[in-house]
Design a protein around this ligand. Structure first.
Ligand code: AKG
Ligand code: FE2
Length: 275
């Protein structure tokens, strides 16, 4: 597969692949690249909704997100939209998707549909490189530790998004989530050690209260972003990005006020996680 790194430790831009037809060995190679580099960008694609769904099914199956609005005709496709007159965006802080599920989604296939004239990039950070960069003391401190994750505080009727101007667009206010995962996981396919906590959904370590957990959690969240484990996806018409939620965090920039941005997301099913 012909690809260029987006940054030294994270991301790959792939050329010469048509996502509408990719299959067999090429699809296998693309998957390995996503698992390893965390995010893969493909340009000049023209995926119809049907082709988007078919690709996700060939990949290994679809999870329906509980919260995002869904396309009427294609409920497998979630809509990540900010209208020109809205202020808040979806995913505008460093996070990984679906860590609040006990079998978290593997990742997403995000297709650009409407883009602002500039801005609206999505940043990614590699959690394998993040783990590698931790001090030996910190690695020893988190060895064997588990954490509790939930999304309830984000999406409930009086949660974080409810207080914003996109609250009315979201669903699932009554959904209850909760999951326990090791703080350091092994990637289910590559076996690489990855730091698996995030600032949006990780609440506390097992055996400790939220208050007791916060100092160590904050140290990990700070350490997870290093000078050299990040890259950014600059969207163009026809750009598709596929990312791995285990390997990376992401953060959608909210720097295009006054313009609409709409992305179509299919969430890919994942695996149970282990240390
Ligand atoms: O809009 C984006 O670029 C990504 C938003 C996000 O966090 C997501 O779709 O999971
Ligand atoms: Fe996200």
């Amino acid at each position: 597969m012909d690809w260029q790194p987006m940054a030294d430790k994270v991301g790959a831009e792939v050329r010469g692949v048509d996502l509408a037809t990719i299959n067999g060995e090429d699809l296998y190679a693309l998957k390995q690249l996503v698992y390893d580099r965390g995010v893969v960008v493909l340009r000049d694609q023209s995926l119809s909704p049907e082709e988007h769904i078919a690709l996700a099914e060939r990949w290994g199956g679809i999870d329906i997100n509980n919260y995002f609005p869904l396309q009427d005709e294609y409920p497998q496709i979630a809509i990540v939209r900010k209208a020109a007159d809205q202020q808040t965006n979806i995913g505008g802080a460093w996070h990984t998707d679906h860590s609040y599920d006990q079998v978290p989604a593997m990742g997403s296939i995000l297709v650009a549909r409407t883009l602002p004239p500039s801005g609206g990039d999505t940043h990614f950070a590699h959690m394998g490189a993040a783990y590698d960069s931790l001090s030996d003391d910190l690695k020893a401190e988190i060895e064997g530790l588990q954490a509790f994750h939930t999304a309830d505080h984000v999406y409930k009727a009086d949660g974080i998004y409810a207080h914003t101007d996109i609250g009315k667009d979201l669903r699932g206010h009554d959904v209850k989530t909760g999951a326990f995962h090791p703080v350091v996981i092994r990637h289910p396919q590559t076996g690489r050690k990855l730091l698996y906590v995030n600032g949006s959904f990780t609440i506390h370590f097992v055996g400790k209260t939220r208050e007791e957990s916060l100092p160590l959690l904050q140290r990990l969240l700070d350490a997870a972003l290093t000078a050299d484990n990040q890259c950014k996806v600059v969207w163009r018409p026809g750009t598709v990005a596929i990312w791995d939620n285990r390997t990376t965090w992401h953060n959608a920039m909210n720097d295009y006020h006054g313009y609409a941005r709409e992305m179509h997301r299919i969430t890919l099913s994942g695996d149970a996680l282990a240390a």
